[in-house]
Design a protein around this ligand. Sequence first.
Ligand code: BGC
Length: 726
Amino acid sequence: MKNITNAKWIKKPTPQVNKEIVFSKNFAVNGEVRRATLEATALGVYEAKLNGQRIGDYILAPGWTSYKNRIQVQTYDVTDMLQNENELSIGVGPGWKGNDYFHSNWASFPYLGGCELAIICALTVEFADGSEMTVYSDKTWTAAEGRNRFSHMYNGYVFDPAYVDDSPEKAVEFEHDLKSLLDQQGEKIIEQERLPVKEIIITPKGETVLDFGQNMTGYVEFKIKGNKGEKVTIKHGEVLDAEGNFYRDNLRDAAAEASFICDGEEHIHKPEYNFFGFRYVKLENWSDEVRKENFTAIVVHSDIKRTGYFECSDARLNQFFSNVIWGQKGNFLDVPTDCPQRDERLGWTGDAQVFAKTASYNYDVEKFFTKWLADVRADQTGWGSIPHVIPNVFHPDDECSAAWADCVTVIPWQMYLTYGNKELLEESLDSMKNYLEYINDHTWDGIWAHGHHFGDWLNLDGSNPQDCSNGTDKDLIAQAFAVYSLRILIKSLEVCGKDAEEYKTCLDGRIKAFRDKYMTFGRIKSEYATQTACALATYFDISDNIKEVARQLNDLVRECGHLKTGFVGTPYLLHALSDNGHIKTAYDLILREEYPSWLFSVKMGATTVWEHWDSVREDGTMWSTSMNSFNHYAYGCSADWLYGDAAGIKVDEENPAFRHIIFAPLTDERLTYVKASIESRFGTVASYWKTENGKTEYEFTVPAGCTATVILNGKKTEIGEGVHKF
Ligand code: BGC
């Protein structure tokens, strides 16, 4: 940031709820210009224009942060756009800030004046002679209502191209903390892909529906003429119902509508302050002929770079992997969200925690998570608890849920493992310690007990399927995560060269308390024995007999023939099995296509990962209307097993970032080949195996300067850079 902190925050004197405000200023430039730079940000989301031309390609700037603590500033080079006489205008819609009111039924947290929209900016012109001039936002600016006559992140927008505010006002300055301003820290959000209409469908109800063939996040660009005064509407939905009609009950209270008021002229239109989660759109009141070429879906997400690929001989598994990738595209929109479509789209910490490893293989998410973790730290409470969603739009109290709050330890550690990022680990130490302090404050008889936990969310062990969090004992889960997070803190302290002794003593106590209360002879006591409980005790290395508890897990899976885990157990289920020799069971689970399984949704035609194992049932009916997202990446976490076990590419904790790789692929006769690659900080890491006539051949790629250990049939071989065949 250079000059923006000398500017004034400005707003419209009469605030408008759920509308667009356009701030503008005319200014002249005389002299030879060397460079011109705009620094801008907003309370709300903004698009800036110079002389009618859009500045930059950032969608939904300034992104979403813990606004009361941190607001990102974007810097744009506008040298080539400058003229002698200029008009700088910045339109602002409510964006994520408008959702504060939406969540008031959960808890009122209308920070920053709720829906009030504002901007702050500085446009600095540097002249060839070394002199400078700066145009600051201040009370000389004009504030008018914009053409988005209605704008709301969940509900959508109404755009009237003919609207002109005939009574614009002078903007007013107001005081707002300038210390919260910071340079753009995360990846910017941009338009990424354009998808054509696959099919125009007339449903049994007679609705006109466009199918883009892929569930996604973004918006529709359309060509429209219509009749003057006519209001056309696009409604967004993810699936069709059992009869083939347009369906959007699962969006709950999010209207997700894009409306356009025709003026009789031809327009090519797309939204400015909105995004939607959809595969299908329903057209309403469309008097123009509906032609495929008049509609394009634009996929929008954070500008993360793709790094991970997986392919095998089973087309269903490849489709699952594709669904995981699309789940990440759809939910990595500045903040890792639970889902992109319904009236949530929130940074649910648990979802991010379970998916972070897979996310970091699929894409380079180091910068993305560095920014989000700064918001986690900013919103961490004084008690040390981590709010359920970051940025926190709920009431800040001391509630904290195991597996959700553990994002504060798990994700920095994962960034260290995948990218070798020690600085982030170091920066995170205090927040990790404070969280563990919070757990200690809520511990009785050595166990983190009680409190508000989401449990093994959406598991299939509970007696009441409508209660998403019953099933595995919640205190058992909490205690297991206390162990897991303590271990991560100890390892992090050691990596950062700091003393971890007091935490080691604490860890011993926690493990002992877990074993005393929940285990007997290395196994989970029968009254607590669920797949998730066994998976945690195995993967978190809590049992004093890991093989035994893994065997117990294997038996539980074999007895019922399928998985029963929810958000908490699923990430570890396959690993806990295959790490302990139950490779066939792990493959049985990942290759199963009957409900419940990862491939069930694939069989049912999913193009993204579902929230529930049975979001749509075999007969086409829905699990529920209230909470049924078709684009929830949580269960996509298991793609890490495809990279790490099916293909066998593993990080070595002692030498992370794939500087030293462990290749330990697990074959299965149902697959004839598997190949995967990860673009690491040092170059491409790849694994490939194929089986022909009962003989398996392997090929491993090690980047320059890196080494690897290959483990095949229990035999270890050390290799250096290059391509190696076995
Ligand atoms: C979200 C989840 C989240 C959960 C908390 C849901 O409404 O969509 O993904 O983690 O609440 O249990």
